[in-house]
Design a protein around this ligand. Sequence first.
Ligand SMILES: [Zn+2]
Length: 486
Amino acid sequence: MAKTGFVSSIADQSEDFPGWYNDVVLKTEMASYSPVRGCMIIRPYGYAIWESMRDELDRHIKRTGHQNVYFPLFVPRSLLEKEAEHVEGFNPQVAWVTHAGGEELSEWLAIRPTSEAIIAEVVKDWIQSYRDLPLLMNLWNNVVRWELRTRLFLRTAEFLWQEAHTFHATEAGAAENVAIGLEAYRSVSEDWLAIPVVRGRKSRAETFPGADYSHAIEAMMRDKRALQAGTSHMLGQNFAKAADIQFLDVDNVRKHPYGTSWGFSTRMVGATIMAHGDESGLVLPPNAAPKQLVIVPIFRTEEDRTAVAAAIDALTATLDGVTTASGPLRYQVDWSDASPGFKYSHWELRGVPFRLEIGPRDVASGQGVLVRRVDRTKEPAPLAGLAAELPKRLADYQKALFQRALDFREANTHSVDTYDDFKATLEADGGFLMAPWCGDAACEKQINDETGATIRVIPFDSPDEAGKCLIDGRPSERRVLFAKAY
Ligand SMILES: [Zn+2]
């Protein structure tokens, strides 16, 4: 029996974006719910997408001189409580181990919400001299933050991420590393995932607990909401002082080093879904797609099947040597017994960039029909030349996807000058609102309380422009980016 109506079973993206998102995650078998509330099981299709961005980011991390290390899952309570702002920021979300080995523990152990506290304690033995600096480390691990409202990939109680932790002799050295982290995230987002980002500084209220300042990249999703796609923090000497890390500098004076930390998580799988997906499901950037091409044979008779199979065998012999921007071409021939129509929906839902349909008439003319997932354009493609063409076709697709996302963001970014205009625009259109702000946390809070929008970043690239704060009319030096966010 032909299975049809598969795609119609996902919620309408324009009517019910959260429902659409959940349907896509579950029906593409990227992830599923677990027996533990708020935790997720990442299934092979979702894990392959995570591995792709993880591996690309790991290349950036290593290329810039950082080394991978591992620290324990548990953080003793006394360590977590050393840096006052840090513990205050994380305490409500920490899961504690109170019993082990059949006994109550004399000191509770936090399941790491992040590793700054334990790292600072340990590296104080490693950092004795300026010669030990900079210390450039990165961890790939899982962390736990007990979230009340969870969503697959976007906000889960346990998630996978990397956390870089670096120590430097000077503030300038640390600042340079904050920028290195942010640039790695920009590159993975834009160049690998085709998601354009706005780079900037977080307001004080949105700064990482215990940091001097935080830089971030923000991306627009298809429902015009913002998603923070990576953060890089200047920790200053805060954690070094709390843990009493000191080194002997070139001038023979003992000093506290400056620290940074930066993180990028499985949220970015959710961002990839929401930045590109459409009413038929996922639309994946070729660099991160588990399959870049699916070949669908079309036949009715056994004789046709034999002819189509021979043509496909000849084609795949040439495809096996193809190298794309993200490694060897990843393709699949779908010989399953479903109907061609079912297969089209199945692979469209999964966001495979190209589909090649090959039937008996195509075989006779030495070509197939190549369909682009993003815009469903169809064109005849000669089979003999396809292997040679595919790397460029995939690169063009990757570029087109980025441009589409950039155009969408630009079309949904609005400059507003008054609070009335701000509220009306947010209500009618949503999107990114570029508005003047005096820098006062009270004005920021009022806007958030009354509209639900937050300051996403104070963008690096927005020009100086004198204006008046939306709330109290005090001077603003430049526009900041407000949006409702994930
Ligand atoms: Zn103000």
